[in-house]
Design a protein around this ligand. Structure first.
Ligand SMILES: C[S@@+](CC[C@H](N)C(=O)[O-])C[C@H]1O[C@@H](n2cnc3c(N)ncnc32)[C@H](O)[C@@H]1O
Length: 386
C-alpha cells in the first residue's frame, strides 16, 4: 500500500515505491478514470498520487502535507509519469492513441496545473530555502502548460461529440462509446449514457467460469440496449457469437447504439448485428420480438440463446410487459437463459419483479451482486416441471 510508512523505514516512505507495483497500479487506475472522463476532483487517488491530498472542509482546502510528503525530485518524476499516463499518451510508438475528448482533456490539465501550483509553490519555497534561493530551471509543470497550449489550439479547430473509453476485463481491449456527458434523460430516453449495471455485467463475464453461460450459446438478444456498451463489449469478449440483436424502445438510443457499434467494429455486418426497435409494451413490437426469437432458435446454427438486460427494471408499471417477453424467450428453447443486471434503487421494484417472475412460472436465481447489494444479476431460466 502506497501510504504504508512502515514499509521503507530508512527512506522516504514514497520514494521507494515510485517505480514499484503500487505506483503503476495507482497510475493505471487514474488512467482508467481519465479515459472514462471522470471529473478530476472525483478521481480517487489522483491527489494522493501528487501528494496534494488535503485536509479539507468543503470550502477551505488546506494543503498541509505538500512539503513533507515527497522530496521535490520524486514529485517531478510523478508529475511526468502522470503526464505520460494521461494527456501525454501514447508514450511510445505502437501504443494506441486512446484519448478523451479535447474539452475533458483541457479540464483535466487545468485541474492538474492548479494542484501543481499549490504543491510546487510549497515545495519550491522549501527547496529554495535549502538551496539558498537558487532558481530551478527545470520546471516540472512546464509539460502541463505545453499540453494546455496545444489542446486549446485543437479545441478552437473542432467541435467534438462526447465519448468515453471503457477498458474491458482481461485483455479484450478498449471500447469507445459516444454518449451524453451528464444528462440522465435526453430525447425522451435514459439510454444515451452508460449505466453501472452494464459495466457490472461486463465485469461479471470475466469472473471465474461465468463466461461459460454465453460461450455455450451462439446468439444474444438484448433488451433496453441504450447506447450500446454491453452489446459492443459482449461482441468483443465473445467473438463466437453468431447473432446479436440489440433492441430498445427508443429510436434515439438505437441510433446511438448503431453509431457505437460502427465506431468499434466498422460498417455493421448485419448478418451478425441487428439493431431493432422493441418497445416492451408495444403489441406489434412484441410480435416482432416473438418472430426474431423463433427464427433464431429454430435455425440450425443458432439454437438456445441468451437474453441480456442491464438496468431495465426501474419502473414497476413496465415489469409485467418485460416479464412477458422474458417468458416468451425462455419458452422458445429449454436451454435458453436470461441474465438481467438490476441496479437496486428501490426494494419495492425488485419485489414486484420477483412476484411477477414467480407468477410466470420461471426460475430465477441471484448469481452476483455488487456494491453492497446496490446491484444484483439474476439468472432466469424456464421452470422444469418434474
Ligand atoms: C437505464 S437505461 C439502461 C441502458 C443500458 N442498458 C445501460 O445499462 O447502459 C434503460 C433503457 O431502457 C430503455 N427503455 C425504457 N423503457 C422502455 C420500453 N418500454 N421498451 C423498450 N426499452 C425501454 C431506455 O430507452 C433505455 O435505453
Amino acid at each position: 500500500m502506497i501510504m504504508n510508512r512502515s514499509a521503507a523505514p530508512d527512506s522516504h516512505p514514497l520514494s521507494s515505491s515510485l517505480s514499484g507495483e503500487s505506483t503503476s497500479h495507482l497510475l493505471r487506475h487514474i488512467r482508467q478514470e481519465y479515459l472514462l472522463c471522470r471529473p478530476p476532483s472525483q478521481i480517487k487517488n489522483l491527489a494522493e498520487f501528487l501528494g496534494t491530498d488535503t485536509t479539507s472542509s468543503s470550502t477551505n482546502v488546506v494543503v498541509s502535507t505538500a512539503t513533507t510528503r515527497y522530496p521535490v525530485e520524486t514529485l517531478s518524476e510523478r508529475i511526468q509519469q502522470l503526464h505520460e499516463a494521461s494527456v501525454g499518451y501514447p508514450r511510445s510508438e505502437g501504443e494506441k492513441e486512446y484519448q478523451p475528448p479535447t474539452q475533458y482533456r483541457i479540464a483535466f490539465v487545468k485541474y492538474i496545473i492548479k494542484q501543481l501550483d499549490t504543491v510546487l509553490g510549497s515545495c519550491e519555497s522549501a527547496k529554495r530555502d535549502k538551496d539558498d534561493g537558487a532558481e530551478d530551471d527545470n520546471e516540472p509543470s512546464a509539460l502541463w502548460y505545453e499540453s494546455l497550449e496545444s489542446l486549446s489550439g485543437m479545441e478552437a479547430e473542432q467541435t467534438e461529440p462526447f465519448y468515453r473509453f471503457y477498458e474491458l476485463p482481461e485483455n479484450f481491449g478498449m471500447v469507445k462509446i459516444f454518449e451524453n456527458e451528464r444528462a440522465i434523460v435526453s430525447e425522451g430516453t435514459t439510454g444515451l449514457l452508460t449505466w453501472e449495471a452494464s459495466i457490472e455485467l461486463v465485469r461479471w463475464f470475466s469472473l471465474g467460469e461465468n463466461n461459460q453461460a454465453i460461450k455455450e450459446r451462439k446468439w444474444v438478444l438484448e433488451l433496453g440496449c441504450g447506447c450500446g456498451l454491453l452489446a459492443t463489449a459482449a461482441l468483443k469478449i465473445f467473438p463466437h457469437i453468431l447473432k446479436y440483436f440489440a433492441t430498445d424502445g427508443h429510436w434515439s438510443a438505437l441510433r446511438k447504439c448503431k453509431i457505437n457499434l460502427e465506431e468499434n467494429f466498422g460498417a455493421l455486418k448485419t448478418d451478425v448485428i441487428q439493431v431493432e426497435k422493441v418497445d416492451w409494451q408495444n403489441e406489434q413490437d412484441g410480435i416482432k420480438f416473438g418472430k426474431l426469437v423463433r427464427t433464431a432458435t429454430e435455425s440450425e446454427e443458432l439454437g438456445p440463446g441468451v437474453l441480456l438486460g442491464a438496468d431495465i427494471v426501474f419502473d414497476t408499471s413496465l415489469i409485467p410487459a418485460l416479464v412477458d417477453l422474458m417468458k416468451k424467450f425462455l419458452e422458445s428453447h429449454k436451454d435458453s437463459i436470461a441474465l438481467i443486471a438490476c441496479t437496486v434503487r428501490n426494494e419495492e421494484t425488485l419485489r414486484v419483479l420477483k412476484t411477477c417472475l414467480e407468477s410466470h412460472s420461471v426460475e430465477f436465481k441471484e448469481i452476483y451482486s455488487w456494491g453492497d447489494k446496490n446491484g444484483i444479476i439474476y439468472k432466469i431460466t424456464r421452470r422444469i416441471i418434474s
